[in-house]
Design a protein around this ligand. Structure first.
Ligand code: 5GP
Length: 157
């Protein structure tokens, strides 16, 4: 397995603030944040506090089954968010990484049909991503170990 990029909990603290600062500096004021579970939940929480946005939505997308192992296509798992709640809103989609970009593309397209404006914020964007996110903390082409998933599930006693 190739070299990996590691994000620590400590670095995540400043990453979230810096990502939020980029959104603010750009003058974008989202009405709501759309987080892509599970990794995007952490990013959305940090952005929600730093941008003072309390309206957070969650969408569950299944795509990766292991390191660089994917299903053919990402799928939104039910319950799919109610489109009525999104009508006319300025939305910020938050995720941990845009790798192929297929997950963000799916969610962005879902939002784009209903909302006034949609932009994407990620901690990492890889060069092969088919989505160019408006807000990116770091760029890498390595597999990233995130602090929330790198240890795997707790083993049952
Ligand atoms: P994409 O649809 O952009 O290929 O992948 C999006 C999702 O796949 C991410 O939200 C994340 O859950 C998972 N993923 C993709 N690349 C990586 C990676 O380098 N490290 C980890 N831990 N997860 C990844």
């Amino acid at each position: 397995m190739g070299e990996r990029e590691e994000l620590t909990w400590d670095a995540f603290g400043s990453a979230g603030r810096e990502l939020a600062a980029a959104v603010t500096a750009d003058g974008y004021q989202p009405d709501l944040i759309f987080s892509i579970a599970r990794g995007g939940l952490f990013v959305a929480g940090a952005l929600g506090y730093a941008l003072d946005v309390k309206n957070l939505h969650v969408v569950n997308v299944e795509f990766y089954t292991g390191v660089d192992q994917r299903l053919d296509l990402p799928v939104m798992l039910p319950p799919v968010p109610n489109a009525v709640d999104l009508t006319g809103a300025r939305v910020l989609i938050a995720d941990d990484v845009a790798d192929t970009g297929a997950t963000l593309l799916l969610v962005r397209d879902f939002c784009a049909d209903h909302v006034a404006e949609v932009r994407c914020a990620v901690l990492y964007e890889k060069p092969r991503s088919e989505v160019r996110c408006e807000y990116v903390w770091r760029r890498t082409d390595k597999w990233i170990d995130f602090p929330w998933s790198s240890q795997g599930p707790v083993v049952r006693p």
